[in-house]
Design a protein around this ligand. Structure first.
Ligand code: ATP
Ligand code: MG
Length: 633
């Protein structure tokens, strides 16, 4: 077996040779003339002049060679549906969807927003956009109207693809009225809405002249033929918004060729997924993991992708493993939160099914603590690979690169830098940390293929946000603290910015604060995430009311607390609902007027509030202590 070190070193020291080899994993309509154009740092263009298409690589090339092989298997434990599409059938569906979009005037470069539950049509819509060169922007179905409206305004879609409802935990989650509301709020509303009617929610409102019926249009395009539009490698393929801690969410813009090559090489060297095998990734298409490892990655590799609507516990805690057995999953991908949920169940669920096809389970999205890592590996008796990455990068930054070398797994660490990432840990003055020294995880540009090319519509924000950590050297900041031990294993120690991670869903504190403030009684609010054994983090709000009479008695405060929670549900979605809303007279701020969020969070988690030399009004912290019932300093 080759050595991880040698493979990694080649990717950093001889990137042209390295990536030209990896580029052979995908099909090119026109060969590229240059591997990387880095003449305008920190902007990198990969595979310059090359022409290709994500849909061609994910669907057409396999449909031509193995038309009857299963491409997409859909399972909903919510509705009881199970459907399977061969590569030929998937191609036919994607082409029909592409024809519908073209029929509505959608062309290369136009944006299409996808706001959908986990149904196959969501994948068809993504692939159809890729096919015709339209730029998709998938928005997670749990987001409520206001969040959706912000994303509509930033992306400026001509058309939205949606469905009337999702299902979660046996309950219907209606989508259509949220979408209608968002379109009302939006300053740049889409002209058309393509509606998939799942038959879950009866009598949803149809807006005449705007809303289109997918079933009818599909029937009209049964035998459509829509060729792939060949795109230059660095044309945009999609926009995906981050949680948006710092104001309006950042629209991560992805390219075409670099992304295809990065995914293909990750499928081969990291996930070890081969054509004909099955990949089961339990994420949602609304997140980056869903984009890369439910839709594009496994299909580019010619695998069968299992798309699952449902929770890990319904109808029972064995559902995932039963599906893994039934469809002979060889690669699984999930999140630490989900595993912590399963850990509360009877471990015998994990040994009940025949998982002999399963090679390994990958977990990403948040820190995988050592006890959970150990527990799941022991229960599954399979390697469990922690991997660290971001919406921005699109594929793993740190992982065990098992396809190259089976390096030993160490609990609690996502291990080593992945090929292509010149990863270093920096002190706050820009110098490099030594072994075992905590610092900021940074990537020396150019970022490898697959990573964001810019922030949608805002090159300046791309540079300012990600590359302004130090004057010198020019470094991409991950906004995470990390440490490298003396054996080269990396540990991620938390974020340098403020994002709350609720059960694997990332919410900007800012977004929750805005939702709390949508209640007219609230003057000001700070939201922090506190550790929660199951969900990872739970948002807690500290709010200042406009009229103290509203919280004059505990009973009145309890009424208002419930109202505020309902306002968050309505504006952001129940995933963002604070566990508690405490009412206080003023928020602790620095003299420069910046909220001392870290101190609030420390108090909420029972820790020392840290350096308070710049606090404007120390009494505000006393109030927080009082609200939390923490009297001791
Ligand atoms: P925003 O950028 O808007 O603030 P976000 O950072 O929460 O949103 P993502 O891009 O989905 O959204 O999450 C990436 C972050 O998740 C990483 O920066 C890191 O903090 C955390 N993370 C992901 N995987 C791991 C992992 N394996 N171990 C530790 N942390 C992880
Ligand atoms: Mg981030």
């Amino acid at each position: 077996m080759a050595s991880y070190q040698a493979f990694y070193r080649q990717s950093i020291e001889a990137p042209d040779a390295f990536w030209s080899e990896q580029a052979k994993l995908i099909d090119w309509h026109k060969p590229f003339s240059r591997i990387c154009d880095y003449s305008r740092p920190p902007f990198a263009k990969w595979f310059v002049g090359g022409e290709t298409n994500l849909c061609y690589n994910a669907v057409d090339r396999h449909a031509a060679q193995r038309p009857d092989a299963a491409a997409l298997i859909y399972v909903s434990s919510e509705t009881g549906q199970e459907r399977s599409y061969s590569y030929a059938e998937l191609k036919a569906e994607v082409v029909r969807m592409a024809a519908i979009l073209q029929g509505q005037g959608i062309a290369r470069g136009d944006r299409v927003l996808i706001y959908m539950p986990m149904i196959p049509e969501a994948a068809f819509a993504m692939l159809a956009c890729a096919r015709i060169g339209a730029v998709h922007s998938v928005v997670f179905g749990g987001f409520a109207a206001a969040s959706l409206a912000t994303r509509i305004d930033d992306a400026g879609p001509k058309l939205v693809v949606s469905a009337e409802a999702g299902m979660r935990n046996g309950r219907e989650v209606p989508y259509k009225h949220l979408l209608d509301e968002a379109i009302c709020l939006a300053k740049r509303p889409p002209a058309k809405v393509l509606m998939v009617d799942r038959g879950l929610h009866k009598d949803w409102d149809r807006v005449a002249g705007r809303d289109l019926d997918y079933a009818a249009l599909r029937a009209a395009h049964m035998d459509a033929e829509v060729p792939c539009t060949w795109l230059e490698s660095s044309e945009p393929s999609y926009i995906l918004y981050t949680s948006g801690t710092t104001g309006t969410p950042k629209g991560v813009q992805r390219d075409v060729g670099g992304y295809a090559v990065a995914l293909a090489s990750s499928m081969k060297h990291i996930f070890c997924g081969n054509a004909g095998e099955t990949m089961f990734c339990t994420s949602d298409i609304g997140w980056v993991v869903g984009h890369s490892y439910i839709v594009y990655g496994p299909l580019i590799a010619g695998m069968t992708t299992l798309m699952y609507e449902g929770t890990p516990l319904r109808p029972d805690a064995g559902i995932w493993w039963r599906l893994a057995e039934k469809y002979k999953a060889s690669v699984m991908f999930s999140s630490p939160t989900a595993i912590r949920v399963l850990k509360k169940q009877d471990p015998s669920w994990l040994s009940k099914y025949d998982l002999s096809a399963l090679k390994h389970l990958f977990l990403a999205g948040e820190p995988l603590d050592q006890p959970t890592h150990e527990w799941i590996m022991d229960a599954l008796k399979k390697p469990v690979i922690d991997n660290y990455w971001q919406t921005e990068t699109g594929w793993p930054i740190l992982a065990t690169v098992r396809g190259i070398e089976d390096t030993p797994i160490k609990f609690g660490t996502p291990a080593f830098p992945v090929f292509g990432y010149n990863l270093k840990i920096f002190r706050e003055d820009g110098s490099e940390c030594g072994a075992n020294e905590k610092g900021i995880v940074g990537i020396v540009p150019p970022l490898p293929p697959g990573c964001l090319s810019t922030v949608w519509g805002d090159d300046e924000r791309f540079v300012r946000t990600y590359f302004s950590l130090f004057k010198e050297p020019l470094v991409y900041s991950s906004f995470d603290w990390g440490i490298r031990d003396d054996q080269g294993y990396h540990f991620i120690l938390g974020r340098t910015d403020d994002v709350i991670n609720v059960a694997g869903h990332r919410l900007g504190t800012r977004e929750i604060e805005e939702a709390v403030q949508s209640h007219s009684a609230i003057a000001e609010v700070a939201v922090v995430g506190v550790q929660d054994a199951i969900k990872g983090q739970m948002p807690i709000a500290f709010a200042v009311v406009k009229d103290p009479a509203r919280v004059a008695t505990p009973e009145l405060a309890a009424v208002l607390e419930r109202e505020v929670m309902a306002a968050v549900d309505a504006n952001l979605g129940a995933i963002g609902r604070p566990g508690r809303v405490h009412f206080i007279a003023g928020l602790p701020k620095t003299r420069s007027g910046k909220l001392l969020r870290r101190s609030i969070q420390a108090l909420a988690e029972g820790r020392d509030p840290g350096d308070l030399t710049t606090i404007e009004d120390p009494a505000a912290l006393e109030q927080i202590r009082k609200a939390l019932g923490v009297w001791r300093f």
